[in-house]
Design a protein around this ligand. Structure first.
Ligand SMILES: *[C@@H]1O[C@H](CO)[C@@H](O)[C@H](O)[C@H]1NC(C)=O
Ligand SMILES: *[C@@H]1O[C@H](CO)[C@@H](O)[C@H](O)[C@H]1NC(C)=O
Ligand SMILES: *[C@@H]1O[C@H](CO)[C@@H](O)[C@H](O)[C@H]1NC(C)=O
Ligand SMILES: *[C@@H]1O[C@H](CO)[C@@H](O)[C@H](O)[C@H]1NC(C)=O
Ligand SMILES: *[C@@H]1O[C@H](CO)[C@@H](O)[C@H](O)[C@H]1NC(C)=O
Ligand SMILES: *[C@@H]1O[C@H](CO)[C@@H](O)[C@H](O)[C@H]1NC(C)=O
Ligand SMILES: *[C@@H]1O[C@H](CO)[C@@H](O)[C@H](O)[C@H]1NC(C)=O
Ligand SMILES: *[C@@H]1O[C@H](CO)[C@@H](O)[C@H](O)[C@H]1NC(C)=O
Ligand SMILES: *[C@@H]1O[C@H](CO)[C@@H](O)[C@H](O)[C@H]1NC(C)=O
Length: 355
């Protein structure tokens, strides 16, 4: 009994030992292979970053000049603005925000195939954006806010299946928005404000089923599509200071998740549905001033219980100001000046409300 247990033990430990030796051999073999692969890709990332450095024409704080060393043994994962994945040691994030850099983006950047975040905001990058960037299939965030990019927005921006944040705010992009960029099915935030974009906002914007935040303000857009009303997750919509006409803001007033809507400084016409608050239940800030809106102020506006700020100024609203506005608990700002409202000659009517 004792002996057979001993023999069994010996046998088991021998097997274990053989297995261990086998595993050691395999491990060595595999590690060597893996290292070779990792090293190749590591060099790819390094040459992509060095290509970017070579295309920088101005680095006033000497940040990349001093830090991004071209020595072959320099670990790019310690370079300023570079983040690598812990496991595979590939570049996952590039953040060169606010470094005062000028230059163009070289096509080599499209070789950073593990890149998830690309933040270049507050610099002077200019010139055309290379199509090779569309190879960055893992990208979740692009932020090019406040640079000097010009020309039309390339349609290949629609080819990032995982992109959640897309920010081109404050550049010189012009022309029409290519409908293809609304192929971004994972998009949650898009900011194209403060550019020179014009024409119609493509109806394909209605395909952005995940989108929560849209900033298209301070451009030259002329048309808002009805499809924007079908964005069931939308919380924030900024389209102020464009040249929008028509009445496609009405479908927007149907989005129950919407908290902030700013439409001021356009040429929109039409009136507010009396029952709009039945759908617009989350609205907090509603800025519709400086348009050509008419009709009455909805008598059931008190049903927008979350309302904090509303401006209907500089439109053609007529009729009286509903007294029930007084029972909107959170209301802190209401601007109705420059309309055709009864008893609103010098805004004195508002003194009878408890704001
Ligand atoms: C580059 O910057 C990083 C982070 O600031 C620092 O750890 C590293 O030593 C710097 N490398 C060189 C070569 O200056
Ligand atoms: C990018 O870097 C700047 C400066 O170091 C930092 O303030 C900012 O939070 C970073 N942004 C992201 C998205 O990591
Ligand atoms: C990286 O990209 C550039 C330009 O797109 C290309 O010429 C180069 O061969 C690519 N590969 C490597 C390993 O750098
Ligand atoms: C960037 O654009 C701004 C505004 O258009 C301009 O004043 C500035 O000269 C440009 N700078 C560079 C480095 O291109
Ligand atoms: C749209 O997205 C899909 C999935 O990410 C992709 O396969 C396709 O190439 C994209 N189409 C365009 C026009 O970008
Ligand atoms: C928008 O969705 C429609 C219907 O699913 C589809 O046919 C079309 O290709 C999509 N367009 C874009 C730009 O994603
Ligand atoms: C509104 O339309 C009028 C008349 O067509 C035009 O003069 C004005 O510039 C437009 N305003 C805006 C903000 O587009
Ligand atoms: C708003 O939604 C309601 C109910 O879902 C629907 O009957 C109505 O047609 C919609 N109105 C607009 C302008 O989209
Ligand atoms: C608010 O005013 C309306 C109309 O006067 C009234 O029907 C409603 O009950 C009021 N709601 C509250 C919570 O006082």
């Amino acid at each position: 009994m004792e002996k057979s247990r001993f023999l069994l033990f010996r046998m088991l430990s021998m097997i274990r030992c053989l297995c261990y030796i086998y595993m050691m051999i395999m491990a060595n073999y595999l590690t060597a292979g893996a290292l070779a692969i990792a090293h190749t890709n590591f060099s790819t990332d390094q040459s992509a970053l060095l290509a970017l450095k070579a295309h920088i024409t101005s680095d006033p704080q000497n940040i990349l000049t001093a830090n991004w060393s071209s020595a072959s043994n320099s670990d790019i994962c310690n370079w300023v603005g570079v983040t690598c994945g812990a496991r595979h040691h590939r570049v996952t994030a590039l953040n060169l925000s606010s470094m005062g850099l000028a230059g163009v983006i070289p096509p080599h950047l499209g070789n950073l195939s593990f890149l998830i975040k690309l933040h270049l905001k507050n610099n002077f990058f200019n010139g055309p954006l290379p199509q090779e960037l569309s190879r960055l299939r893992r990208l979740k965030a692009i932020n090019f806010q406040y640079n000097n990019f010009t020309g039309t927005i390339p349609s290949w921006f629609g080819s990032f299946p995982k992109l959640q944040t897309f920010i081109l705010w404050g550049n010189g992009f012009s022309g029409f928005i290519p409908a293809a960029i609304f192929n971004l099915s994972a998009l949650e935030k898009i900011d194209l404000s403060n550019n020179q974009l014009s024409g119609s906002i493509p109806r394909e914007i209605g395909n952005l089923t995940m989108v929560k935040v849209i900033y298209l303000d301070d451009n030259k857009f002329e048309e808002l599509p009805n499809e924007i009303g079908s964005l069931g997750q939308l919380e924030v919509l900024f389209v102020q200071d464009n040249a929008l006409k028509g009445s496609a803001f009405v479908p927007v007033l149907n989005i129950s998740s919407l908290t902030t809507f700013t439409l001021y400084g356009n040429n929109m016409s039409g009136s507010l549905p009396d029952n709009m608050c039945e759908h617009l239940s989350s609205i907090r800030r509603l800025y519709l001033d400086q348009n050509q809106l008419d009709g009455m102020i909805p008598s059931k506006l008190w049903q927008c219980k979350e309302l904090r700020e509303i401006s209907l100024a500089s439109n053609n609203f007529r009729g009286s100001i509903p007294k029930s506005l007084g029972n909107l608990t959170y209301l802190s700002k209401i601007i109705l000046s420059d309309n055709n409202l009864e008893g609103n000659k010098r805004g004195s009517i508002l003194q009878s409300f408890r704001f």
